[in-house]
Design a protein around this ligand. Structure first.
Ligand code: FES
Length: 234
């Protein structure tokens, strides 16, 4: 009886073992696959409609030294390129400003100093200032009287002689006709001042427009007398 029971129990154990063997084998295979697939396994595409598409693993291309060294290279490249770009922009702006600024010869002409002793009474001198002619007239007492006694209120560009000169004996003005820009001729015209031959404008001994198409008086530039003998124009 005991022997029969022992035989039956043994058979039962063997049958159970036989039934569980495939499941145990499958579990072992899955474990092996999971272990070996951590670096090379593929996985299903997350995109819709991809079906059975398998996306390969790129883990073997990952840097073995981690993210920090890569970021340092990126920061270095970005900083270097930024510095080079800033230097280029600075050089461009600098060149542009240098080109736009006045050249040395133009700056030298910004102000002109004239020795008044070289201009005798009753004479004109023409100088070039900023590319334009400037008339300097050393007026006589008669010319000063005539300029001051003119009824300026009725002129087309009304202006008293005292507004056009700092010293009555020195009349200084641009030699550019206010009609279309010709250079008038001195000691000519109907009023003893200047005459523009281009279209026949007449200016008096104060440079005021008196006749012809010129609409305005000859322009008076900025000037000053640093000493009794010199004038600076500009
Ligand atoms: S430009 Fe002098 S009159 Fe016309």
């Amino acid at each position: 009886m005991t022997a029969a029971l022992t035989t039956s129990a043994g058979a039962l154990v063997r049958r159970c073992a036989r039934q569980q063997l495939p499941a145990v084998r499958a579990a072992a295979a899955t474990a092996i696959q999971q272990r070996s697939g951590s670096s090379t396994a593929t996985f299903d595409s997350p995109f819709k409609g991809s079906g059975a598409t398998k996306v390969p693993s790129f883990s073997k291309y990952k840097s073995s030294s981690g993210e920090t060294p890569n970021k340092m290279v990126q920061y270095f490249m970005a900083g270097t390129l930024g510095a080079i770009s800033a230097m280029g922009a600075k050089a461009t702006v600098q060149d542009f400003l240098v080109n736009m600024s006045a050249s040395a010869d133009v700056l030298a002409q910004a102000k002109v100093e004239i020795d008044l002793n070289s201009i005798p009474e009753g004479k004109n001198v023409i100088i070039k200032w900023r590319g334009k002619p400037v008339f300097i007239r050393h007026r006589t007492q008669d010319e000063i009287q005539e300029a001051e006694n003119t009824k300026w209120e009725s002129l087309r560009d009304p202006q008293p002689d005292s507004d056009r000169v700092q010293k009555p004996e020195w009349l200084i003005m641009l030699g550019v006709c206010t009609h279309l820009g010709c250079v008038p001729i001195g000691e000519a015209g109907d009023f003893g001042g200047w005459f523009c031959p281009c279209h026949g404008s007449h200016y008096d001994i104060s440079g005021r427009a008196r006749k012809g198409p010129a609409p305005l008086n000859l322009e008076v530039p900025e000037y000053s007398f640093p000493t009794e003998e010199t004038v600076i124009i500009g």
